[in-house]
Design a protein around this ligand. Structure first.
Ligand code: SF4
Length: 691
C-alpha cells in the first residue's frame, strides 16, 4: 500500500518564504514550488534541496548532557530538563534573574518567538534576552520606524515590484540571497549600489561601487543632486513630510565632486542614478544588509529613505521604499517580544501602556516584567563576566559562527556555567553546550511565519518528528513548570500560542488580532496590521497610502551626516574587508553545509580579491590566504576576480572553525540599533601554508 501525504507550506530558509508543496511518498520527501505570488513556481537551489535537511545523518535525536569526561552523552528528557532547570534555579538564587540569558533567532516561528519572550520575562524573570535578528536588519527597523512610524520590510506586496521601471538596490544582492525575487525585477532597470560586482550588479544598468563604509556619503550626495537638479517632489515634501530643511542642511555640503572623492563613485554615475529615479514613472528604492550592517547603519538607511522621500516615493501607488529582510521569519521574529527592548505587538518594553497591556494578557502585574536588556552582541560579550549572565539558553541560532568578533564570542560562551542549545543539528554552538535539546524542524511542525511583505503564512507539518525529539514550545513549558510557573501559561499547541499572540499584539503597531489559523487555512491573504473588528479586517498589503504611522500622519526626514567606519585601513591593515552571503549557503551554514548538493557548490571559505591586490600580497588564485584584522585571523582560499575594488576583499560568513569570516569582523555597534559593523573592517592578507 502506498504511503502518501502532501502539505502546502513554505521554504525553511529566507524571508521571501517561497511557497512549496511537500510530498511524502513511500518514505521519501520531495518538494515542488507552488504558484505563491512571491515565487510564482520558482525556487532557488536552497529551496529545491531543503528536503535533504529532514534526514541529515547527524540529526540530533536525543537530549545530550555533558558528562564527567567532557563528552556529550545521551540522556532521557527528564534528566536533561531537570538538569537545566536545577542549574538555572541555582544560578538565579545566587545571582538574580539577570544572571540568566536567552538568545533567540529570526528563523523561529511567530509562536516560538512569542513564547520565548514570555518564558524569559516570566519563567526566568530576566531582562537578558535578544536574538540574532539584531545582526540582520535592526538598522532598517530603527530607521524605518523613525521615518515612517512603523517598520515593515516591504510596505507593499512583492508583486508591486513587477510593475517598476527603475529600482535602486542599496546594499542588496537578491540574485544570490533570494533568486526568485529577481523575476519581479525583470521589467525594471536596476541601479545597484555595492562595493562588489555581485550577480545582482551584473544585471544592473548602473552599478555604483562605493568604498566600504561610504554608502551614507553617497546617499547624501544623491539627495544633493536630486535637490539641485530639480528632481524633488516639492508638493509631496510639503504635504506629507517633516524635517526636509534639516536634512538638506546636511546634504547641501555633499556636492558630487566631494562625494566622488570620498566614495569613489564618479560624478557622472551619481547624476545618472538620480536622473533614472527622478524620471521614472514607477521608481522604487530598496535597501539590504549592505546599507545596514555598519556602526552608522541606521543613519545610512535613513539617508536612502531621505532620498526616497525627497523623490516622493513612500506611501504612493506604483512607487515606494522598502527593505529586503533576510532571515525566514526576520519580520515576525522581531515583532513578538524576543528583542531586548520590545514586547509583543512591536511595543516598547519601556512604554507603561505596553507593559500594562501585555501584563494583563499574561495574567501578571506590570511590575513583574523586567526592563530592557542588552543587545545581542553586548549580551554575548558579557557572558561569564562579573556583571553578565552565567547561563545562556540558545534557540534557533548559531552565534559561535554568526556573531562578530567570533573568537571573543566563543571564549565568552566557553566561560558560561551553563550553556543550553535547542537545535535539530549539532551546530558549532551546540557542540560547546553543557546541555543540548533536540527539537523539531520546519516540516515537522505547525505554526506561522511573517515574510518580508508583512504577510502572515502558515507553516504546515508533513512528518511526525523522530520519537525523542520535542517542539521548542514543549521544551519551554517543561522548563517553565520546573521553575515554578503554572503550565497553563505555556501552551504547547501552536494554534493556542497564536491565539494568545493575537491578544498580546492587539492595538500594537504589528497588530495580528484579526488574523486566525482558520482565515489563513481558508487561503486568505493577510498582511499586518490586521486588527480584530466586527467585519473581518482585510489586512493591510499597502501601508502609508493615506498617512504615515506618526501621530500627525507625516513621514520624517532624518538629519544625518557621513562619518567614517569604526575602523579604516592603515599601515598594518591596509585593506577593507567586507562580508556577505553566497547563493548556495544560508546564514551560519548550520543547515546548508549539511546539504550535499549545496556544499558541493560552495564547500569552503574563500576570499575574493582583485588581481592587483593578490599580486601585491604574493597570492595566486586557489592558494590559501590568511586574512588578519586587529582582532584575529581567518583562513580562506583565494578567489581572484576582475570586478572587485583593489582596496577591498570579500569574505562569505557561512563557514565554521578557522575559516570563520567573523573572526576578523568588528563588533563596533550602531548607537541606536546596536547593529555590529559586519560590512567593513581593516585587514591584511598574506599567504598561508604551502604555496
Ligand atoms: Fe527558499 Fe529563499 Fe530560496 Fe525562496 S529564495 S527557495 S525562500 S531560500
Amino acid at each position: 500500500m502506498s504511503d502518501s501525504r502532501m502539505v502546502v507550506t513554505h521554504c525553511p530558509y529566507c524571508a521571501l518564504q517561497c511557497g512549496t508543496a511537500l510530498r511524502r511518498e513511500n518514505g521519501r520527501v520531495t518538494v515542488r514550488p507552488t504558484d505563491f505570488p512571491v515565487n510564482h513556481g520558482g525556487l532557488c537551489q536552497k529551496g529545491w534541496t531543503a528536503p535533504a535537511l529532514l534526514d541529515t545523518p547527524d540529526r540530533l535525536l536525543d537530549p545530550l548532557v555533558r558528562g564527567r569526561n567532557g563528552e556529550l552523552v545521551p540522556v532521557d528528557w527528564d534528566t536533561a530538563l531537570d538538569t537545566v532547570a536545577g542549574r538555572l534555579h541555582h544560578i538565579r538564587t545566587e545571582d538574580g534573574p539577570d544572571a540568566l540569558g536567552v538568545f533567540g533567532g529570526g528563523g523561529l516561528t511567530n509562536e516560538k518567538a512569542y513564547l520565548l519572550g514570555k518564558f524569559a520575562r516570566l519563567a526566568l524573570g530576566t531582562s537578558q534576552i535578544d536574538y540574532n535578528g539584531r545582526f540582520c536588519m535592526s538598522s532598517a527597523a530603527a530607521a524605518g520606524a523613525a521615518a515612517l512610524g512603523v517598520d515593515r520590510g516591504l510596505p507593499f506586496p512583492v508583486t508591486d515590484l513587477g510593475q517598476a521601471d527603475v529600482i535602486m538596490l542599496a546594499g542588496a544582492n537578491p540574485a544570490e540571497t533570494m533568486p526568485p525575487l529577481m523575476r519581479h525585477l525583470d521589467r525594471a532597470e536596476l541601479i545597484v549600489i555595492d562595493p562588489r560586482r555581485t550577480r545582482t550588479a551584473e544585471r544592473a544598468v548602473l552599478h555604483l561601487q562605493p568604498a566600504p563604509g561610504t554608502d551614507l556619503a553617497l546617499a547624501l550626495g544623491l539627495l544633493h543632486i536630486a535637490v539641485v537638479d530639480g528632481w524633488c517632489d516639492n508638493d509631496y515634501i510639503h504635504r506629507r513630510t517633516r524635517g526636509f530643511d534639516a536634512a538638506w542642511r546636511r546634504a547641501m555640503t555633499w556636492w558630487p565632486e566631494r562625494v566622488e572623492q570620498v566614495t569613489g563613485v564618479p560624478v557622472i554615475a551619481q547624476r545618472e542614478a538620480v536622473r533614472m529615479l527622478g524620471a521614472a514613472q514607477r521608481p522604487y528604492v530598496l535597501t539590504g544588509r549592505g546599507a545596514e550592517q555598519h556602526s552608522k547603519g541606521v543613519d545610512t538607511v535613513a539617508g536612502f529613505i531621505n532620498l526616497a522621500l525627497a523623490l516622493g516615493l513612500p506611501g504612493r501607488p506604483h512607487r515606494g521604499y522598502g527593505c529586503l529582510t533576510g532571515q525566514g521569519n526576520g519580520q515576525g521574529g522581531r515583532e513578538h517580544g524576543q528583542k531586548a527592548d520590545q514586547l509583543p505587538g512591536y511595543r516598547l518594553i519601556t512604554d507603561p501602556d505596553a507593559r500594562a497591556h501585555v501584563a494583563q494578557v499574561w495574567g501578571v502585574l506590570p511590575g513583574v516584567l523586567p526592563g530592557a536588556g542588552r543587545s545581542a552582541y553586548e549580551l554575548l560579550d558579557a557572558l561569564g563576566t562579573a556583571t553578565g549572565p552565567r547561563a545562556l539558553l540558545v534557540f534557533g541560532s548559531n552565534p559561535a559562527v554568526s556573531a562578530p568578533h567570533a573568537g571573543n564570542v566563543t571564549n565568552r560562551l566557553a566561560a558560561l556555567d551553563l550553556l543550553v542549545v535547542a537545535d535539530f543539528v549539532p551546530s558549532e554552538t551546540a557542540r560547546m553546550a553543557h546541555v543540548v535539546l533536540p527539537v523539531t524542524q520546519w516540516a515537522e511542525e505547525e505554526g506561522t511565519m511573517t515574510n518580508l511583505e508583512g504577510r502572515v503564512l502558515r507553516r504546515r507539518r508533513l512528518l511526525t518528528p523522530p520519537p525523542r525529539v520535542r517542539s521548542d514550545l514543549e521544551v519551554l513549558r517543561e522548563l517553565a513548570t520546573r521553575l515554578g510557573e503554572p503550565a497553563h501559561r505555556y501552551p504547547t499547541a501552536p494554534r493556542d500560542v497564536f491565539e494568545e499572540l493575537r491578544r498580546a499584539s492587539c492595538g500594537g503597531k504589528a497588530d495580528y488580532s484579526g488574523i486566525s489559523y482558520e482565515r489563513l487555512d481558508a487561503g486568505e491573504v493577510l498582511h499586518w496590521p490586521c486588527p480584530a473588528s466586527n467585519q473581518p479586517h482585510p489586512g493591510t498589503p499597502r501601508l502609508f497610502l493615506d498617512r504615515f504611522a506618526h501621530p500627525d500622519g507625516r513621514a520624517r526626514f532624518a538629519e544625518v551626516d557621513h562619518r567614517e567606519p569604526a575602523e579604516t585601513p592603515d599601515a598594518d591593515f591596509p585593506l577593507y574587508a567586507t562580508t556577505g552571503r553566497v547563493l548556495a549557503q544560508y546564514q551560519s551554514g548550520a543547515q546548508t553545509r549539511r546539504v550535499a548538493e549545496l556544499n558541493a557548490v560552495e564547500p569552503e571559505p574563500f576570499v575574493e580579491m582583485h588581481p592587483d591586490t593578490a599580486e601585491r600580497a604574493g597570492l595566486r588564485d586557489g592558494a590559501m590566504a590568511r586574512v588578519s584584522s586587529a582582532r584575529q585571523s581567518t583562513v580562506a582560499r583565494v578567489r581572484i576576480v576582475q570586478t572587485m575594488r583593489v582596496d577591498t576583499v570579500f569574505l562569505p560568513f557561512h563557514f565554521p572553525g578557522a575559516g570563520r569570516a567573523n573572526l576578523v569582523t568588528n563588533p563596533a555597534l550602531d548607537p541606536l540599533s546596536r547593529m555590529p559593523e559586519f560590512k567593513v573592517c581593516a585587514v591584511r592578507i598574506e599567504p598561508y601554508g604551502d604555496p
